[in-house]
Write a protein of this length. Structure first.
Length: 131
């Protein structure tokens, strides 16, 4: 009888990029409920620490189309139980008269005992437009 070899754990860089790809995909199809589930219930997101985070998440991301993280520019710093991620993004904006938006996010990801990798902190900002 042969035993299956245990699967190696993913490296923090791979986990972080997988998380970004999932957020990107869910945001593109406007599945904000599932996207919000990628965040810990006490996630500090724009300074909020309560259930309004789901509404604010949708309000923040629903104005974007074709969200894309620049995976070549992502900075990932694992430290103990936390993975810090800084990622630039581009999207087409549907408001503010801008045909194009750029921004960046900073995310603190933490793995929990249930095996889920959840954001415990996220800050999202627009990059100032060049004049």
């Amino acid at each position: 009888m042969s035993e299956e070899a245990p699967q190696p754990e993913k490296a923090p860089n791979d986990l972080a990029k997988d998380w970004l790809y999932k957020l990107e995909a869910l945001t593109r199809v406007k599945n904000f409920v599932e996207a919000a589930a990628m965040f810990h219930k006490n996630c500090v997101y724009f300074g909020l620490e309560d259930d309004r985070r789901i509404v604010d998440f949708a309000e923040t991301w629903k104005i974007q189309r074709k969200l894309s993280f620049d995976m070549n520019q992502v900075k990932i710093i694992p430290s103990g139980d936390l993975i810090m991620v800084a990622a630039p993004w581009v999207a087409t904006s549907v408001i503010e008269g801008a045909p194009f938006k750029q921004g960046r996010i900073t995310v603190g990801l933490m793995a929990f005992s249930n095996g889920k990798l959840l954001a415990v902190h996220m800050h999202n900002s627009y990059q100032p437009q060049a004049k």
